[in-house]
Write a protein that binds this ligand. Sequence first.
Ligand code: MN
Length: 232
Amino acid sequence: MKVRLGFAATLLYILLLAGNMVAQAPKTEQMMDKKRQHIVEIATVSVLAAIGNVEPMMKGHMNIALNVGVTPDELRNLLAIVEKLVGRSEADKTAVLETPSATAIFPKGNVIEGANFNGTAYLQRLMTDSKTFDVVVSDVIFEPSARNSWHSHPGGQILIATAGKGYYQEKGKPIQILKPGDVIAIAPDVKHWHGAAPDSGFTHMAINTKVSLGATEWYNPVTDEEYNDYKE
Ligand code: MN
């Protein structure tokens, strides 16, 4: 929510800046073109700064901006303003650094194939004797933005978050963030989905209980609108 508000504020700022520049822009056609390029580069640098994690692109556009007449001081001020508006929290930075690959304790497993996952996720079975224990234990690694479709488990499921930053949502409830150490007990037949946040990979252990009651029931994929509906 904070990031989205920051984005809106940044875009508003860019529009005001651009409007102001157009109003003051020189009249000859050649000068207009240069001024327009100047505005486009300022807007591009601002948006890239707001998005984050786009350093090579940022450097390229900062150089172009300097070439079309934006002064180094103007660039510095611009970046300071964007940083203030976006207000990226320390928590977000930590989540990005704390990628699952850096903290993995189980083998990565195999890519999960099929229509029930959106994005790349890996599954490693940790315990295969479900006949004796009526339980399936797995480790699941989600790359950023990867998630499964809406589904339910006839015997229920317990998720134990171990790395990165994840999303979990039950039908009719808001998305909740999962951090390492969080435990979610999902009652039988409760419709839900789980996956990684957009800005971080995520790993959880999944303990499917009373599996003899039947296989997971799959429903519709989680739409981008649903996925992007996280409110801080
Ligand atoms: Mn589940």
